[in-house]
Design a binder for this molecule. Sequence first.
Ligand SMILES: [Zn+2]
Length: 484
Amino acid sequence: MTQASSARPFRHAALRRWWSFWALLVVLCGGLATPLVSEAAAASSSSKKKSSSSSKKKSSSKKKKASSKSAAPKPIKPLQRDVVGPEAVPDGDYAEGETDTDGEGDLEEDTGDAGDPESELEAIERELLSQPAGPEPEIVYAEGPPPPPPPPVKPRSLKHVLIPGETLDDVARLYQVEVGDLAKWNGIRAGEPIPKKKKDLRVITTHSPPPREKLEHLVKRGDTWEKIAAEFGVDVAKLRQQNPRLGDKLQPKPKQKLKVVAWKDLDLSPSAALGTKLAQIRVRAGGLSIGKPNRGKLVRGVELPDRPDLYVKRKPDESYGSTHTVMQTLAAITRFRHESNFKGQVVIGGMSRARGGRFRPHKSHQSGRDVDIRLPLLRSAEGKRHTTSADVDWKATWQLMRAFLDTGEVEYIFLEYNLQKRIYKAARESGVSREQLDAWLEWPVKIKKRSNKRVLIRHVEGHTTHMHVRIRCGPNEKHCYSSR
Ligand SMILES: [Zn+2]
C-alpha cells in the first residue's frame, strides 16, 4: 500500500460530493433523525448509478497517481453509514429471492456509493493498526459472571484420623505439607513409622483434602483381593494394607461374616472439572470489524481457537473474526454444549479471512462478523455426504440458535423460510411462547408479507444445510457498520 491511496479519496469527486452533502445535512437537520433517514436513503440510491460509472474512470486514473508521492495522510473520517428505509434490503447477504450455489445470497456487485470505499477501508485499517491492540485479553465466561477469587486461606490446625496402613508420606501428600513438618508436629522422628498407638495426626495446612469414602464388602465364596479391589476401584496393595488382619486367601469359615473395607479419596466430579475447563477461554483483544459485512475488512483478525470439545472448523484459514464475534460465538457454543444433550459435531463452515475482505463464493463474511454453522445432524446422519432436513436434529438446532440469541449480540440469523417451521415446532416443544417466537421468526407469516417483518431469524435463499449467524458490531468498533 502506498501513501497515495490514503489521500486519494479526498481528491475523488464523488467523495467530496458526499462530504459536502453530509455537512449540509448536519447543518440542516441539526441531529434530527427522521428527515435524515429519508433524504439520505433517496440520495444514496440515486448516487448508485453515477458512482458505478465513475469507478471505471477512477481505476484508470489510479495508475497515473500511483507514481506521484503524496503528502502525509489526512485524518481518517468515519465511513458513510448506510441509512436504510423500511423497505430496503439491509445488506448484501440478505437478498430475498436471490439464488446462489453456495447459499450466500449474492447481490449485484458493490457500487461505490461512498466514493472510493476500498482505499477508505485501507486507510482505516492502517490507522487502527497503528494504534495499540488493546488491553489485556478478554475472557469469555461460559456461564454467568466470573467466579469471585477465593479468599486467602490461613493455615489451620486439624486432626487427621489415620486408616490402617497409612504412612507419614501418605498423609503429607494428602494435605500438601512437608513430611518433616508433619513428623515434628506429632513428635515422631523423621524416617520412622507412625507408632501403632497413634490413632490420629495433627496437621497444619491451608489445603483441604478431597472427601474420603469408606467402602465395605462382605466376602462371598470365590472372592479374591483382586476382584474386590477392582470392584472398589482401588489399588490391591492399598486394599491389603487397609485390611491387615485378613490373610492372603479370603475364605470365610461357615457362618462367619468376613468384611473387607477400603477408604477411597474421591476425585472431584468430572462435571465440576469440565465446568472449570470451559469457564475461561482467552480471546485476544484488538480484533476489529471495519466497514460492512458485504464490503469490509478485519483488523488483527482473531482466529477462532481450536476447541474440538466445542466444534470443528471446516476451513481454519477462513475462521477469523472480530474479538467481539469470536467471544460471542464461543459463549454461545459453550452454553449450547452445557445445556444440550447433543453429542454430535458442531461444524463451523466459515467466518472471515484473517484480514477480512472479499472471498468467493461469499458475498458477505468480509468484516469478521459472519459465522456459518452446519445445522446439527441426527446421529444416524453423521458422515452422510448429502443431508436433507430429515437428517437435521431440529431440537439441537433450536438450542444452538437460542444460545446465540441469548447472547443479545445477534444481528441476524439466516435460515430458509420453510425450515423455520421446524425451528418453530422445536421451540414450541421446548416451551417457548408464540409471542416470543413471533418476535424472532418470520414463520408463520405468509411469504408475501414476510419482508415487512423485521425479525432476527430471516429467510435468505440457500440457507438449508447451514445457518448463518451475524454478530453485531462490538462496543469498541467505531468503524463497524450495521445494516440498520
Ligand atoms: Zn454465510
